[in-house]
Design a protein around this ligand. Structure first.
Ligand code: FMN
Length: 194
């Protein structure tokens, strides 16, 4: 029987008229075609978490007992995942504040799981990925080598909403998914043996 990994695709922008949700839908579509992935999109618009101001560092909070109900919901979703794909815009050479806040707000739920990145922007979003890799390591995650780096929204047919708008990136996306699944299985086995 195929080992099925729970992969969460995180939409890293909540901006009005954002582009991030288009590449998120595309990569989730590619993942959804595979028998070895059970994919779900997590849209930060649906998790109205406060800017982190907790008295207790999230790394010390056990069992998902976060005081804020939205953070608690977020922690539940992150906790059930085996692997992540973060779709990130590049804002001023880094990720969006809302995405960094979502990373900071919970902790143990990220631990010992792989993360892959799909970035976009006029500089292909790679500088946001470089910062997110460092953040991920601190959260005890395994950022994988393979990424998808997309140009700005204006380069895609109908702003990325047209069917097949991302087709030329399918091969890169599938390579990234192969790597994520490899790490996902390795770390799932390792977590189960702890
Ligand atoms: C506040 C802000 C800062 C930006 N800074 C950069 C940047 O440093 N590098 C870049 O390539 N694009 C930059 N951009 C362009 C964004 O990457 C582009 O608008 C992208 O579509 C934003 O993602 P979103 O539409 O999903 O929010 C910036 C956009 C905004 C709104």
């Amino acid at each position: 029987m195929t080992n099925v990994l729970k992969v969460k695709v995180i939409v890293g922008s909540t901006r009005q008229g954002r582009f991030s949700d288009k590449p998120a839908a595309w990569i989730a579509g590619l993942a959804g075609k595979r028998a070895d992935i059970d994919v779900e999109i997590l849209d930060l618009k649906d998790y109205a978490m406060p800017f982190y101001d907790g008295a207790m560092p999230p790394s010390l909070i056990k069992g998902g007992e976060y005081p804020d109900p939205q953070v608690k919901r977020w922690a539940q979703k992150i906790g059930e995942a085996d692997a992540f794909i973060v779709v990130t815009p590049e804002y001023n050479r880094g990720p969006s504040a809302v995405l960094k806040n979502a990373l900071d707000s919970v902790s143990q739920e990220w631990n010992n799981k792989p993360v892959a990145f799909v970035a976009h922007g006029s500089a292909l979003g790679v500088r946001a990925i470089e910062q997110l890799r460092m953040n991920a390591i601190e959260l005890r995650m395994a950022p994988v080598r393979d990424i998808v780096a997309l140009p700005g929204s204006w380069t895609f047919p109908e702003g990325g909403t047209k069917a097949g708008a991302f087709a030329e990136h399918d091969a890169t996306g599938n390579t990234m998914l192969d790597t994520l699944v490899w790490w996902g299985n390795a770390l799932k086995t390792a977590r189960a043996s702890k």
